[in-house]
Design a protein around this ligand. Sequence first.
Ligand SMILES: [Zn+2]
Length: 147
Amino acid sequence: MATVFQSETCGRCAGSGHYSRNSRGSTLCYDCGGAKVRLTKIGLKAEARCIEIQTRLASTVKAGDNVWYAPYLGRARWMWVHEIIERGNGMFDIRHNDGLMVCTEETKVRTVRNEEDRQQTIAAALEYQNTLIAKQAKRAATKEKAA
Ligand SMILES: [Zn+2]
């Protein structure tokens, strides 16, 4: 994600991905997690918009869709939906590669139908990002005039 939305060279590690050694002997930079770049304020807003667009009612998810899986331990990632298991009383489970998501009619999950849908949601968020960048440029220009 860090590369899709507006990012900047990490200021903490100056783009090296490494910083002073911590107590566990790791030099990985906390701010960027070793990615060397981090999202700008605008990039963070665009990413949040992207997640918002992708967050939909769980009841619309079908087998073959992707769901975003963020385990307590381990890396968050997209998972394939294998099947929807009806439990009755409006309850159902989304079974994906790594387990089950227990859902009700009100549950919302981050999901995309396929790669095309994923790209479309990212494009919508990038469009939003462009409006934020344009606004920022306008503000900067106004400031310049005032100075
Ligand atoms: Zn860093």
